[in-house]
Design a protein around this ligand. Structure first.
Ligand code: GLU
Length: 286
């Protein structure tokens, strides 16, 4: 099967350094493998979205030289697919409706496989996946062998929220399979979501792609970049400085005199191999 990668931003703001780095990393892995690189706009959570963000991110990527091989998939058009996956889980008795409040759970995990609150027919429930006591193991291509005891880490996690919105975990696995993604390359902040996604793939009979989690970008004070002022948008009208920084962050050669993003990327691609990527879970941006 030929390589197919993807970049899947949530439209909650403009493209920032962390997301540019993930886009560059996944693009280089795909191009290195002579594979395809697809885009997916994860617009399934309207309350968290910023108007104009999807357009702004999609317009910025080509300015950084990052071209996709197909038009982007918008998750807002995929409700029927999530409904079908949800019905499949329901038919297999793998989910249960839950009226428990945060207070009921006292801030802890839901571990019981059934709702602890009395059913409230006049209130829409959330739906949780019944999670068994298993360890999910996988080999991350950069972070190495991983294992997570799903029940004690994630518990019976929500796949459909009270508002009727599907959770990221469900939409992500349904669409990675729909888009035929063979390798997921993304930021390390999603490493601990991966076991939930692998378990959902097993429940739904979907293939499990390979995973590679890039180091999380931190600021000089060790804070996650997206939580600090360096989460300022990168400037697509002046793409070279941020692109150089993203390549340097990934330990890739930076062609100092390049005048075009395409030349910078072509040089990095020539010298790229996934083994060159920094083998760490997080690092500060220079
Ligand atoms: N939409 C997620 C984000 O912007 C990324 C999801 C993924 O790559 O699986 O953080």
């Amino acid at each position: 099967m030929s390589y197919r990668g993807r970049f899947a931003p949530s439209p909650t703001g403009h493209l920032h350094f962390g997301s540019l780095m993930a886009a560059v990393g996944s693009w280089l892995c795909a191009r290195h493998a002579n594979g395809e690189w697809l885009l997916r706009v994860e617009d399934i959570d309207p309350p968290r979205e910023m108007p104009g963000s999807a357009e702004s991110i999609l317009a910025a990527l080509p300015a950084f030289g990052l071209s996709a091989d197909a038009p982007p998939l918008f998750q807002s058009t995929r409700q029927h697919a999530y409904d079908a996956a949800f019905e499949q889980l329901k038919a297999a008795d793998l989910v249960f409706p839950c009226w428990c409040s945060r207070n009921d759970l006292a801030g802890g995990l839901h571990l019981d496989g059934h709702c602890l609150a009395p059913p409230m027919p006049d209130r829409t429930p959330a739906w949780r996946l019944r999670v068994p006591d298993i360890e999910i193991r996988f080999d991350d291509a950069l972070q190495g062998p991983q294992g997570q005891h799903l029940r004690t880490t994630a518990g019976d996690f929500v796949i459909r929220r009270v508002e009727g919105l599907y959770a990221y975990q469900l939409a992500c696995v349904v669409d990675d399979a729909f888009q035929g993604v063979t390798e997921v390359v993304r930021g390390n902040d999603l490493l601990d979501s991966t076991p939930r996604q692998i378990y959902l793939q097993r429940c739904l009979g979907l293939p499990t792609p390979g995973y590679l989690h890039l180091p999380l970008a931190l600021d000089g004070q060790g804070r996650k970049l997206s939580k600090s002022e360096q989460a300022l948008p990168v400037d697509p009208t002046d793409p070279l400085p941020a692109l150089r920084e993203a390549l340097a962050f990934l330990d890739l050669p930076v062609l100092r005199h390049a005048r075009e993003p395409a030349a910078l990327l072509a040089h990095a691609r020539e010298h790229f191999s996934p083994a060159r990527l920094p083998h760490c879970s997080e690092r500060a941006v220079a």
